[in-house]
Write a protein that binds this ligand. Structure first.
Ligand SMILES: Cc1cc2nc3c(=O)[nH]c(=O)nc-3n(C[C@H](O)[C@H](O)[C@H](O)COP(=O)(O)O)c2cc1C
Length: 242
């Protein structure tokens, strides 16, 4: 199949980022999560442009409530070690819950389809508990990405409006990556270790971690990039009133 992660990358390296710019429609329709990266770091100047694109996101009353921490270089390995240690000891410290069991109907079906596609791509059998745990743990090594953005936010009211703003910011970030020949994956699984990440990065307790985005140049040969989740037809989600 054509690699789903990046529409004009053929080898997944920095040279591809220099090819003709993609249209917005190409970018938005071709974006898929990238779960396998080359070790090659992204130049600081490119990361800065991605951050400027993300910064253009709309927010409630223009509050711009995101606080982004970019981890690169040796710090990536250090953070990964801290996450593996916390996960091994069962030290979860989420700021926000996410309970897959709370979803039902078509939502639950989509969760199952996503799991099947992911574990299938990694050749992990349904009943192979150890391999499943290892597949989830790829999140803690950022799927080999050379960079990870941690999206923190202040805790205000019931947090729903602020979290919505962070989502807007995150999508700008992800689309900007794709437009620049890069790939990224948002990760709630990093949010399950908010306390560990705060401690490792020296982030104050009053800043809450919604999710992270691992990013870099896609490794087009990685098993994690060999599938693309389908998105339902718009009729499943849209009601027209005319
Ligand atoms: C806020 C958020 C958190 C996510 N957390 C994870 C995660 O922890 N690990 C992961 O592999 N994918 C994660 N995903 C990626 C979703 O599984 C993915 O977006 C979905 O399956 C649709 O696939 P696509 O983005 O490739 O179109 C997350 C996505 C979002 C928006």
């Amino acid at each position: 199949m054509n690699n789903p992660v990046h529409p004009h990358a053929t080898t997944g390296n920095a040279a591809n980022a220099a090819t003709a710019p993609l249209s917005f429609i190409d970018v938005v329709r071709a974006r898929h999560c990238c779960r396998g990266f080359l070790r090659q770091p992204v130049p600081d100047a490119v990361i800065e442009e991605v951050l400027k694109d993300a910064q253009c996101a709309p927010s409630n009353c223009n509050t711009q409530p995101w606080a982004t921490h970019i981890v690169s270089g040796a710090k990536v390995g250090e953070l990964s070690q801290a996450l593996f240690k916390a996960a091994g000891e069962g030290r979860y410290s989420p700021d926000f819950s996410f309970d897959q069991a709370a979803f039902s109907g078509r939502y639950a079906e989509r969760i199952a389809e996503q799991g099947k596609a992911y574990y299938g791509a990694l050749c992990v059998a349904r009943d192979d508990e150890q391999s499943r745990i290892a597949a989830v743990a790829l999140n803690y090594s950022f799927f080999d990405a050379p960079h990870v953005a941690l999206l923190f936010m202040p805790s205000i009211g019931d947090n729903v409006r602020v979290a919505g703003d962070i989502g807007m910011y995150g999508q700008n970030f992800l689309l900007s990556l794709v437009a620049r020949g890069l790939g990224g994956v948002p990760q709630t699984s990093l949010g399950f270790f908010a306390g560990t990440i705060r401690e490792a990065l020296g982030v104050p307790d009053d800043m809450k971690l919604l999710f992270g985005i691992s990013f870099g140049y896609p490794d087009l040969k990685a098993a994690g990039n060999s599938f693309a989740m389908p998105h339902d037809p718009i009729a499943m989600n849209v009601t027209f009133h005319r």
